[in-house]
Unconditional design. Structure first.
Length: 367
């Protein structure tokens, strides 16, 4: 399954710098990584996973393929975007297909970088952006309600059920509440509405606190306020320095590690973003390992073996017979598939097996 992250923020908060640094850094690391810029504002980036490198040392495949993640960067939003101010609202549809919204928030002072609102205030900036997301959702929902009302007049039962939920949801949004806090989220009609409209405020939202170099090692006052605000909303904060991320473009892994350690930081911005998104969405990776390729595949936690196989190809699920499974730890410990087999660490699993993070799998199927 694909994972998409949409970057939003006010102009001059470091959003595009972050996007460029994160995506260009991956292109510079290895020719084996599948990187391509689809549009000026969209890039496909490999998901960092050191376990793939360890598997490759043993298997020595022709190529190594990481799972990928889509980063979508839209023009900076401004207050009134939903009413035609600025350019950002025209591009909100580009992030409707993403699973997570990463809102870059400026958390540093620099008199040489102007702020569109005249001062640095993370909470105000967040409220401006989220108001625009909310207004965009209201507009989408109003259009759907108009269509549902026409169908409901013809006694369409499904339309009538959706219309009732849509009206309640619209009232919820108009009271300045995101779709993610709607109480009747388990309602089938609500689920269908969300799936079709891809409402922005129904998505997971993560705050990216863009700090200066000093702010990386110790939280400044802006970050402290942001973390307190995020806690009240049950949201995560990722602290990064777009400038540093940009400087690390082209660094190899050892150089990155040295620079991050010197700054008192354990993870790069990209690693933090992906780890947090995986956790929020309940995602994990399993692997396939052969002489042609070693590859990671992203699935949701709790996925059965046939459903995991479908990520590779639908036929794998349709004709699923069994899965040969070796845990990552055993694969490494016993030096590969042959050693794990000899040690009795390869298991044959059926249709009810719940795939575990790091499983190395080989599917048997018949179509």
């Amino acid at each position: 399954m694909g994972l998409g992250i949409g970057l939003v923020g006010l102009p001059n908060v470091g959003k595009s710098t972050t996007f460029n640094a994160l995506t260009k850094a991956q292109n510079a690391e290895s020719a084996n990584y599948p990187f391509c810029t689809i549009e000026p504002n969209k890039a496909v980036v490999p998901v960092p996973d050191k376990r793939l490198d360890e598997l490759a040392k043993i298997v020595k495949p022709q190529r190594v393929l990481h799972s990928t993640i889509d980063f979508v960067d839209i023009a900076g939003l401004v207050k009134g975007a939903s009413k035609g101010e600025g350019l950002g609202n025209k591009f909100l549809s580009n992030i409707k297909e993403t699973e997570v919204i990463l809102q870059i928030v400026r958390c540093f002072d620099d008199e040489n970088i102007t702020h569109v609102e005249g001062s640095v205030d993370p909470i105000r900036d967040i409220e401006i952006i989220e108001t625009e997301l909310l207004l965009a959702d209201i507009e989408s929902l109003e259009k759907r309600i108009a269509n549902l009302q026409k169908k409901a007049k013809g006694k369409d039962k499904e339309a009538m059920a959706q219309l009732e939920v849509a009206k309640k949801l619209l009232e919820h949004l108009e009271n300045e509440n995101p779709a993610s806090t709607f109480e009747d989220k388990d309602n089938e009609a609500y689920q269908k509405l969300i799936k079709e409209l891809r409402l922005l405020t129904a998505k997971e939202i993560i705050y990216g606190a863009n700090v200066d170099e000093e702010g990386l090692s110790e939280d400044n006052e802006y970050v402290k306020k942001l973390k307190e605000y995020a806690k009240s909303k049950n949201r995560e904060v990722i602290k990064l320095c777009a400038k540093i991320e940009e400087e690390m473009v082209g660094f190899d892994e050892e150089e990155k590690k040295e620079m991050l350690e010197a700054l008192g930081v354990e993870e790069s911005g990209l690693d933090q973003i992906i780890r947090t998104c995986f956790d929020k969405l309940g995602l994990m990776n399993y692997f396939t390992a052969g002489v042609k390729e070693v590859r990671s595949w992203t699935i949701k936690k709790g996925t059965t073996a046939p459903k995991a196989a479908a990520v590779i190809h639908n036929d794998f699920e349709k004709g699923f017979i069994r899965a040969e499974v070796i845990s990552y730890e055993d694969f490494i410990k016993y030096g590969g598939e042959a050693g794990a087999k000899e040690a009795g660490k390869m298991r044959l699993e059926g249709k009810d097996y719940i795939v575990q993070d790091g499983d190395i799998m080989h599917f048997r199927f018949n179509v």
